[in-house]
Design a protein around this ligand. Structure first.
Ligand code: DGY
Length: 322
């Protein structure tokens, strides 16, 4: 039986699917230990999570068949190097779309309506009755939502935003562009507007990021982009932290260059940029876009099914190698 290394325990039904396919070892490993484990020839498959880095150096030594990432994103893995060394990489697409879009909306509403600040105000015993000007926020309906990206999660976010009465603009592959046909737009044809990255940046009341991290998107939202946004704009990031220059964001929030931000992901996760947590105009979540019981269980099922297929020599359902 093949050995499967699991770096972080995954929920049911993951373990039973893995155990039926191979001998499972659950081991929390540091970076050097992970590299050695992959090079040892002891494991056929590694079940990994976002904090496990598989770079070119690790992959060039690795004696493994595949990596099953417990996530839809896989920027922690150098897929080109994995492909070069004949290592299959898989992810968990589709099952966390709605939960992540929910968190994008949650962050929009929480920032617009100052929910965290208001909660702290009540808990501190400061609420002494209704007042015409207490905790005034911003409307969401009637405002412009700019979506960076137009994949599954962006579309689910668009669906929700349209129901809230927002105008929805999208840029499918920022900072560049690509054509989008009416048939690709499907249910959104005539209901959302395809615009350039520059127009998304300058024209959005809420700018929500839904793009993978790559060389092209690293620091896509930098100090220049932040300066080009409306002073009343809100930045939402449920994608990947390094898409935003977090130090520049702290300065922009502090100086009123933009009004607020709602973040579920961080540039140097789990560390925050100095000063970020001291700002009143940012809502901070601990990377919980997919964190519902049912979604994490579905992710475990997909992840374990991918790993089991690779451990038993069949084609995994969700391979990301080109
Ligand atoms: C992912 O799957 O890529 C999320 O960031 C974590 O669920």
């Amino acid at each position: 039986m093949s050995r499967i290394l699991v770096t972080t325990p995954i929920p049911d039904p993951g373990p039973s699917i893995l155990e039926a396919a191979g001998e499972v070892e659950v081991r929390a490993l540091g970076a050097a230990e992970l590299a050695d484990a992959c090079a040892s020839g002891r494991y056929a498959v590694v079940v990994s999570q976002l904090g496990d880095r598989f770079d070119g150096a690790l992959l060039s030594r690795a004696q493994i068949v595949g990596i099953s990432n417990y996530a839809v994103g896989y920027d922690n893995i150098d897929v080109a190097a994995a492909t070069e060394h004949g290592i299959t990489v898989t992810n968990t697409p589709g099952v966390l779309t709605d939960s992540t879009a929910d968190v994008a909306l949650l962050l929009m509403l929480a920032t617009a309506r100052r929910a965290i600040e208001a909660d702290a105000f009540v808990r501190a015993g400061l609420f002494d009755g209704w007042k015409p000007e207490l905790m005034l926020g911003t409307d969401v309906s009637g405002r412009v939502l700019g979506l960076a990206g137009f994949g599954r999660i962006a579309r689910a976010t668009a669906r929700r935003a349209l129901a809230f009465g927002m105008t929805v603009n999208f840029c499918p592959r920022p900072p560049g562009d690509r054509p989008v046909s009416d048939s690709e737009l499907g249910e959104f044809a005539g209901r959302v507007n395809h615009v350039s990255w520059d127009d998304i940046v300058t024209g959005s009341d809420f700018l929500s990021l839904h793009i993978p991290l790559s060389d092209a998107t690293h620091h896509l939202v930098d100090s220049a982009a932040l300066s080009a946004m409306k002073p009343s704009a809100v930045l939402i990031n449920t994608a990947r932290g390094p898409v935003v220059d977090e130090t520049a964001l702290v300065t922009a929030l502090h100086d009123g260059v933009i009004a607020a931000a709602g973040l579920d992901v961080y540039e140097h996760e789990p560390r925050l940029a100095p000063g970020l947590a001291d700002l009143p105009n940012v809502v901070l979540l601990p990377h919980v876009g997919s964190a519902t019981v049912s979604v994490r269980s579905e992710m475990a099922r997909l992840c374990a099914t991918n790993a089991a297929a690779m451990a038993t020599g069949s084609k995994p359902p969700h391979c990301v190698n080109p």
